[in-house]
Design a protein around this ligand. Structure first.
Ligand SMILES: Nc1nc2c(ncn2[C@@H]2O[C@H](COP(=O)(O)OP(=O)(O)O)[C@@H](O)[C@H]2O)c(=O)[nH]1
Ligand SMILES: [Mg+2]
Length: 366
């Protein structure tokens, strides 16, 4: 859970603005880069924490990279275990907070075992049996009541549902597990290179989206970034986080809009093309059936359980900011966990980027 004080948040935002403004326009001319004989296109992934940046990049590794070999899969094991422990820690804690009864008396011993053991396999086994207890499942069903302080990751249910497989000693993560894994990105990860064809290579950079991590965006944005994919978790319209003093609640979608505005307000970003990904379509679709966006965004006008109306509203929140800065922006509705969806969307994005890139070099023959 990402908790910072208001002051900290304001400081970070103003620092982001100042640093961005420092760059002189003469320094920001985007220069095409060449590595050997290939044209290199740099793409930076931005967006608040949990929006799907790393998932998109891992999906690219599957579609346009070499996927994950066994060694790599093995390396992901602790991370996947941590996804299980993160959710189980919260469920056990909230069990007592919500005063929900366990279904089975044996679960009490399992909780003790889970809490006290330092052995990964013992903890996994305990988690596996605990998840079968209806009391624990009930705590999970109440997750929206405590998500402001103890957020349960989007794919937590997937990992709990696959605990039989994951808790096996010989477990080797499947591609789907790696795609769905939550891994808090710290710092700027190295560039992932994808050879799209003989002539073009995409260099995609993923960064941490947490508040304290956003300072690092400055260094990257000063780095002649021509193309930015800004990712938004559409399902966050009814989700909040608390600041350290526990007084104010901040809407996560509003936070993403604010961060986007901060970036747009910087004049030296004028050479950067933004592509908006409205992500987590699957979660969003389920959510709008029971959660009314008007309760969180009173200015919403439309039918609250209409996928199209709510999507248009969210999309327009971002487009109006881009437009007020005279910027054109492309957007796509995405589901980063869905390989086919990302394959198709990236193909469209790639073609558009190539068109713009070669046009800027004066190489496009119309
Ligand atoms: N169901 C679903 N989960 C998603 C989608 N995109 C990302 N996630 C999950 O959301 C969590 C956070 O994603 P991540 O890529 O780590 O976000 P980041 O902080 O922006 O890098 C992970 O568990 C992902 O598997 C999506 O479109 N649908
Ligand atoms: Mg990440």
């Amino acid at each position: 859970m990402d908790v910072v004080t208001d002051d900290e948040s304001d400081n970070i935002r103003s620092l982001l603005c100042c640093c961005l403004k420092e760059k002189k326009s003469s320094e920001r001319e985007a220069k095409p880069k060449r590595h050997s004989s290939k044209e290199v296109i740099e793409l930076l992934l931005l967006g608040t924490e949990n929006s799907g940046k790393s998932t998109f990049l891992r999906q690219m590794q599957v579609i346009h990279g070499s996927g994950f070999d066994n060694e790599k899969r093995y390396e992901y094991r602790p991370n996947i275990y941590q996804n299980v422990f993160d959710v189980m820690d919260i469920l056990i804690y909230q069990l007592s907070q919500l005063r929900i009864q366990l279904e089975l008396s044996s679960s009490l011993i399992l909780i003790q075992e889970y809490k006290e053991s330092r052995d990964t396999q013992v903890k996994l086994r305990a988690a596996r049996f605990l998840w079968q207890d209806r009391g624990i499942q009930e705590v999970f069903a109440h997750r929206y009541e405590y998500e402001t302080t103890h957020r349960i990751s989007t794919c937590a249910h997937y990992f709990l549902a696959h605990l039989d497989r994951i808790s096996d000693e010989g477990y080797l993560p499947e591609t789907e597990d790696i795609i769905r894994m939550r891994n808090t990105t710290k710092g700027v990860t190295s560039v992932s290179k994808f050879a799209i064809d003989k002539h073009v290579e995409f260099h995609i950079r993923d960064v941490g989206g947490g508040k304290e991590e956003r300072l690092r965006w400055v260094q990257l944005l000063q780095h002649e970034t021509k193309f930015v994919v800004y990712i938004v978790a559409m399902d966050e319209y009814d989700s909040y986080f608390k600041t350290e003093d526990d007084v104010r609640l901040y809407n996560r979608l509003q936070e993403s809009i604010n961060v986007f505005r901060d970036i747009m307000e910087n004049e030296w970003m004028e050479h950067t093309t933004f592509i908006l990904f409205l992500n987590k379509l699957d979660v969003f679709r389920k959510k709008i059936k029971h959660s009314n966006i008007s309760a969180h965004f009173p200015k919403f006008e439309g039918i609250s359980n209409s996928e199209q109306d709510v999507q248009n509203f969210i999309k327009n929140e971002f487009h109006s900011i881009a437009k007020s800065h005279g910027r054109e922006m492309y957007h796509h509705i995405t589901q980063a966990t869905d390989k086919n969806n990302i394959r198709v969307i990236f193909d469209v994005v790639k073609n558009k980027i190539l068109e713009m890139h070669f046009e800027s070099l004066g190489l496009l023959i119309k």
